[in-house]
Design a protein around this ligand. Structure first.
Ligand code: HMG
Ligand code: MG
Length: 308
């Protein structure tokens, strides 16, 4: 049984823009978030409270969070790798914070400068303090399908971190294919491990589309009943600590597929295409999204295409 509705967490403003070589101003980030919420996005990952020495692209985190015109019903989340990040984030009133660990030791060291075990000890007080402030905590498990430094990552390694995340009390666990090497059967095996420790509603998939597998992987998760996925407008993004990894699967592509399958998202595909085309023009390149390119090419055409 496939889900009848899916929640998409729009990560373009964070995962998308954290990897841009040229600076993107806070005013453009805020405008992007406004366009996304106007297109129906109800979950938006807005920025991250990480070290500006590590990721200068997110140094304007507080300006972005305080500059947003908040829309009722929209939840704004931010990344917080440690208590320092959490305290800075809480001052800007996020609805949710994200702690991000890894299934591979090598990636944990490269991305957050500590071992998996140490990262969990850093996250523990973040979870406690976030909950004390009434803020939910989502966990991301990076490199769950492969690591740019370690290579293969086993389902056992994924489950180890999922269990550690559950033990420190996170509310939700995302399985992340940071470098996009996962294929459907492997993704289902990793998801199955997450589902041993979290209910369906609290598990999500975060698929970078580097090898063009993301839609197939989402479909494989839908078959398991998983109904929450991270997506990135226009296919923006990557991770600064996973060289060559391209963006998250494009929101427009996922929405086209889901609506075509009769699965509701609450999102307006045309408005998403406009938002993706706008931010891509700011960045000086066409959208990566195949659906966006196809629909933009058809605009003005005499024959109207019935959108799903
Ligand atoms: P560290 O150097 O080990 O930290 O970095 P530290 O505690 O030793 O502190 C060193 C300096 O950093 C100090 O400043 C701290 O104040 C500062 P100094 O005294 O040298 O001037 N600092 C901070 N500043 C601002 N905000 C903070 C913060 N913490 C320390 N929160 C740290 C450890 C985790 C901070 C660092 O490694 C870091 O910021 N890493 C972030 C890496 C990152 O953002 N990666 C991309 C996001 S993850 C991702 O994209 C994957 C995901 O999409 C899922 C997937 O696809 O897999 C989520
Ligand atoms: Mg990512």
């Amino acid at each position: 049984m496939l889900p009848t509705a899916v929640t998409l967490v729009e990560v373009g403003p964070r995962d998308g823009l954290q990897n841009e070589a040229a600076p993107v101003g806070a005013d453009h980030k805020i405008e992007l978030i406004h366009r996304l919420q106007a297109a129906g996005c109800r979950e938006i990952e807005a920025t991250s409270f990480v070290s500006p020495k590590w990721v200068p692209q997110m140094a304007d985190n507080a300006a972005v969070m305080t500059g947003i015109r908040r829309q009722p019903g929209v939840r704004y989340s931010v990344l917080t790798p440690n208590l320092q990040g959490l305290h800075a984030a809480l001052a800007t009133c996020p609805d949710e914070v994200v702690v991000f660990g890894a299934a591979s030791e090598a990636f944990s060291h490269r991305n957050i400068n500590c071992s998996i075990a140490d990262s969990i000890e850093r996250f523990r007080p973040v979870v406690t303090a976030a909950h004390a402030a009434g803020v939910k905590v989502r966990a991301a498990v990076s490199c769950a399908l492969g690591c740019p430094y370690q290579g293969e990552v086993s389902a056992d390694e994924v489950e180890r971190v999922v269990r550690l995340m559950r033990d420190i009390g996170v509310d939700h666990c995302g399985i992340a294919d940071t470098i996009g090497v996962g294929t459907p059967v492997k993704v289902q095996a990793a998801m199955a491990r997450a589902l041993r420790h979290f209910p369906l509603a609290q598990v999500s998939g975060h698929f970078h589309d580097t090898y063009g597998q993301a839609l197939a992987n989402i479909h494989a998760c839908l078959q398991m009943g998983v109904h929450t996925f991270d997506t990135s407008i226009a296919g923006l993004g990557g991770c600064p600590y996973a060289k060559g990894a391209t963006g998250n699967v494009a929101t427009e592509d996922v929405v086209f597929m889901l609506h075509g399958m009769g699965i509701a998202t609450g999102l307006d595909l045309n408005a998403l295409v406009d938002a993706g085309a706008w931010i891509s023009s700011v960045l000086g390149r066409p959208p990566v999204s195949r659906v966006s390119r196809a629909l933009l090419a058809r605009r003005g055409s005499a024959v109207e295409l019935a959108l799903p």
